[in-house]
Design a protein around this ligand. Structure first.
Ligand code: ZN
Length: 249
């Protein structure tokens, strides 16, 4: 059973009537609705305005794959929470899926180590065509050569990410932009960035988008038991299992 938590800042849904109408249960609710029927997944949701910003230790530590949607409230996410998320991914194999404008979220930037907020963008409801460039990859399972999102925000290169370990999608836009729209990274856990999903368009109701996110959850789920990461030193042949994270210099 993959324990999935869908986190959303849930701000546009509360502040923009057109978004509330499009996503009456919030973007997190829409994503949970299509993931929940999968028998191999236990899906829970979390929002920024909840206690502990939606992620008390009990939930975060019980999450195998964390999905993240944020845009207008990145700065409100507490650094202490980001530390815990990064630790869960880097040391405890938790999967992390950054959706759309979560490219600029604190957890994603910290995990990448580059200013991932930087990219080109325009918000005029243009279409995008996502070309599958790794057809054998589990995240592309069930897709054809490409699929199109009829209306979305356009993102374009240069996108300040480190070189992905694997690139599943490259997007083409009628304005001439291209964008690395489906990127895999591995730290301790697996990380996937997926570009579609601007809040004013019904992107998360689209079959192909749902297929990709479902595939990505299965790909990002920990494949091995959490390893007890050992920091510090070996003393007389005994590993220091109580070493602190982050390690002191
Ligand atoms: Zn957007």
């Amino acid at each position: 059973m993959i324990k999935v938590t869908v986190w959303n800042e849930n701000a546009h849904e509360k502040e923009m009537p057109e978004v509330a109408k499009l996503y009456p249960k919030g973007i997190h609710g829409a994503i949970a609705d299509f993931l929940s029927p999968n028998e191999d997944m236990l899906v829970r949701t979390a929002t920024l305005d909840s206690p502990d910003q939606g992620l008390p230790d009990e939930l975060l530590n019980d999450t195998d794959v964390l999905l993240w949607w944020g845009h207008a409230r990145h700065g409100q996410v507490e650094d202490a929470l980001v530390d815990k998320i990064v630790k869960r991914v880097n040391l405890e194999n938790m999967g992390f899926i950054a959706l759309h404008s979560a490219h600029a979220s604190k957890p994603f930037q910290r995990l990448m180590g580059t200013p991932t907020g930087m990219l080109r963008w325009r918000e005029d409801g243009d279409m995008q065509r996502l070309w599958v460039i790794s057809p054998g990859h589990p995240i592309a399972e069930g897709l054809g050569d490409y699929f199109e999102v009829p209306q979305d925000e356009t993102y374009g290169e240069m996108f300040y990410i480190p070189q992905p370990e694997n690139l599943v999608f490259i997007s083409w836009h009628p304005g001439g932009e291209v964008f690395r729209s489906g990127c895999c990274f591995v730290r301790g856990g697996r990380i996937f960035y997926f570009q579609p999903g601007h809040e004013t368009f019904p992107v998360y109701y689209q079959k192909e988008v749902q297929q990709v996110i479902t595939n990505a959850v299965r790909w990002a789920a920990p494949k091995a038991p959490t390893h007890k990461y050992i920091t510090g030193f070996v003393k007389k042949g005994v590993l220091d299992k109580n070493a602190e994270w982050p390690p002191k210099p």
